[in-house]
Ligand binder design. Structure first.
Ligand SMILES: Cc1ncc(C[n+]2csc(CCOP(=O)(O)OP(=O)(O)O)c2C)c(N)n1
Length: 662
């Protein structure tokens, strides 16, 4: 049992590492670590199940610092408990280029950083995916292998962000009782007191969303421990409202927004040293305190080796499956399953919407890949994300594979990231492509983190018809393609859709968006090709009869139009080739030779896509012809809309011939 004095000194180690690192970097947020040091100390020394020497242990408890601006809290904890990635040198190089201790915690920079946080609310919303992932994996593999908690530290900012409501409502609905959130209830944000902008009764809000929630003194170790203990036995998720003082211990700045986002300054830090009786120079932690922290960092070694023993003794098939899934590797027969399916498609030549093709591909994939978890933000029947294998996950049955996320696109995307980061699962979820805007902050973080989240975006153009311009994406393909490390797939038919799904599943370090149509499309890939042609991002679908005078590039639903235009141009004596472009990003990764050959040197280059031009000059040059949208769409039938906006084979032929003859 830690004495109060020992606890205080351990907490002060966090406080001073944070103050001194922020001071040295001349940048950062000391206030949160100073106020939350007690919460962190109680959690990490008495409750959190972790082994600093085996930070990837699959059954560890997760700790998510949703208030990412308080990154020094996490870095201090990782250093003190002995994670190899965070040395004292890293602490001294807080926020410096190339160090692991980035401004905000970044997934992949160091073990122990479970997710990237900083955009407020994201960590809290990710945690719903983590906690749900734990339950799904528990249902699949049992208590012996999967039984851990997800702890979150969130600030006022996290709770003010809209995504927090989506997240807490979903967690409450699903009764994720192993999710425990500490709210750093310090009444301060950047502009000043929280009361400038908010008077929400947060405890009542959480309770109304199906949580346990109560107030405690967040700087009283026993109150913190008592609340955690109660939370661990709850049948609901728990929010502990921890009253703290931001910048606790700083003589004049404590309790004010001055302790938030900048170094405290030498005088304040000297005052804090006096206040806490901390006589050590910057970055020096007394040996007994470092020892105590290192002991806490090792406390999980025994549970971890016990767990390894259970895994070793598990039924061999179950063990192998668990290990495969945690490693993120697809089943060995995956490629063969896709190849067989592509053979069938080549024979059947279905004329269906790519959203339907996606469902057909998923029916095959979900049969072969048990770790997929599907879902939709209340558009299941439109997104075609549900297959025969994926029944509803409910609070009474986590052993299923489909999440009804409700009308919560942002919360869904954040939860998908959490499910993905948890490990052992491949998560995908759908909405209308126009509403990718609502999910975008989390989609961007998936890209920044480099993880395999999959976003299914149907109704990908004016082709959706009568719902009109509020629902018709125009700039969204370009906007999603603008996100670095994000594969945007826009398949043209059932074969390409199967290939794009294959690529999305294989892509361990790049998230994917599949842009899919509402309208039916013919099969344009009529011959079976064993290889995945979409892998190159763009490929010649139809060659020219002779030296090409025209090359038409198109994606998705407009490939059909490109092929019709080609036929007419060929008839008129103009050799024309068509290049299908299912994925810009993969095309950019090909060799210069392949790219040059695919782009070719036909004098006239045309691109057709029912979106804006941005990005297409890459293929057609600034002097190329673009057939697509220049503004918002309109409400009408698809038969009216394509001619109305001039996206037709006739318009393409006319534009080409005007150049050819001009
Ligand atoms: C989405 C988003 N908006 C704005 C910010 C900028 N920001 C960082 S911290 C902060 C204030 C947060 O207040 P609180 O959660 O109370 O943290 P505390 O000041 O108590 O540490 C803001 C607005 C951000 N990081 N993310």
């Amino acid at each position: 049992m830690t004495s109060r004095e020992q606890h205080d000194r351990m907490a002060n180690a966090i406080r001073f590492l944070s103050m001194d690192a922020v001071e040295k970097a001349n940048s950062g947020h000391p206030g949160l670590p100073m106020g939350c040091a007690d919460i962190a100390t109680v959690l990490f020394t008495r409750f959190l199940k972790f082994d600093a020497k085996a930070p990837h242990w699959a059954d560890r408890d997760r700790f998510i610092l949703s208030a990412g601006h308080g990154s020094m809290l996490l870095y201090s904890l990782l250093y003190l408990t002995g994670y190899e990635d965070i040395t004292l040198d890293q602490i001294k190089h807080f926020r410096q280029l190339g160090s692991r201790t980035a401004g905000h915690p970044e997934y992949g920079h160091a073990a122990g950083i479970e997710t990237t946080t900083g955009p407020l609310g994201q960590g809290l919303a990710n945690s719903v995916g983590f906690a749900l992932g734990e339950r799904i994996m528990n249902a699949a593999f049992g208590n012996d292998l999967v039984d851990h908690y997800t702890y979150v530290l969130a600030g006022d900012g996290c709770l003010m962000e809209g995504v927090s409501q989506e997240a807490i409502a979903l967690a409450g609905h699903l009764k994720l009782n192993k999710l425990i959130v500490f709210w750093d209830n310090n009444n301060i944000s950047i502009d000043g007191p929280v009361s400038l902008a908010d008077n929400t009764d947060q405890v009542a809000r959480f309770q109304a969303s199906g949580w346990n929630a109560s107030h405690i003194d967040g700087q009283d170790p026993e109150a913190i421990a008592y609340a955690i203990e109660a939370a661990r036995h709850s049948d609901k998720p728990t929010m502990i409202a921890c009253k703290t003082t931001i910048g606790f211990g700083a003589p004049t700045k404590a309790g004010t927004n001055k302790a938030h986002g900048s170094p405290l300054g030498a005088d304040e830090i000297a005052g804090a040293r006096k206040f806490f009786g901390w006589d050590y120079p910057p970055f020096e932690i007394p040996a007994d305190i470092l020892d105590a922290w290192r002991t806490a960092g090792k406390a999980g070694a025994k549970p971890r080796t016990d767990w390894e023993g259970r895994l070793a003794k598990a039924e061999p098939k179950l063990k192998a499956e668990f290990e495969r899934r945690i490693a993120g590797k697809l089943p060995a027969n995956f490629d063969a399953v896709i190849a067989d399916y592509k053979k069938k498609l080549a024979a059947d030549k279905p004329k269906v919407a790519t959203r339907k093709s996606s469902e057909m591909a998923l029916e095959v994939i979900n049969g072969a890949v048990p770790e997929t978890v599907g879902g939709s933000a209340d558009l299941t029947g439109s997104n075609n994300t549900k297959t025969s294998q994926t029944k509803n996950i409910t609070a009474d049955d986590y052993g299923q594979r489909y999440v009804h996320y409700g009308i919560r696109e942002h919360g869904m995307a954040a939860a998908i990231n959490g499910l993905t980061l948890h490990g052992g699962l491949i998560a995908y979820g759908g909405t209308f492509m126009c509403f990718s805007d609502y999910a975008r902050p989390s989609m961007r973080l998936a890209s920044l983190m480099g993880i395999r989240s999959i976003f299914v975006m149907t109704h990908d153009s004016i082709g959706l018809g009568e719902d009109g311009p509020t629902h018709q994406p125009v700039e969204h393909l370009a906007a999603l393609r603008a996100i670095p490390n994000h594969n945007v797939f826009r398949p043209a038919d059932a074969v390409e859709t199967a290939e794009c799904w294959q690529l999305a599943l294989e892509s361990e370090k790049t998230p994917s968006t599949l842009a899919l149509t509402r309208q039916n499309l013919p099969t344009v890939r009529n011959d079976f090709v064993a290889g995945n042609l979409s892998r190159q991002g763009a490929y010649e679908l139809a060659a020219a009869n002779g030296d090409a005078a025209v090359t038409i590039f198109a994606s998705g639903s407009e490939v059909e139009i490109a092929l019709a235009a080609r036929e007419a141009l060929e008839k008129h004596g103009h050799p024309t080739r068509v290049v299908s472009v299912p994925c810009f990003e993969l095309f950019d990764k090909q060799s210069a030779d392949y790219r040059n050959k695919t782009i070719g040197n036909a004098p006239i280059k045309i691109a057709i896509e029912a979106g804006i031009r941005q990005g297409w000059d890459h293929f057609i040059g600034t002097d190329g012809i673009f057939i697509g949208m220049t503004g918002f769409g309109a409400s009408g039938t698809i038969e009216q809309l394509y001619p109305h906006f001039g996206i037709t084979a006739e318009a393409t032929v006319k534009a080409a011939e005007a150049r050819l003859h001009g």
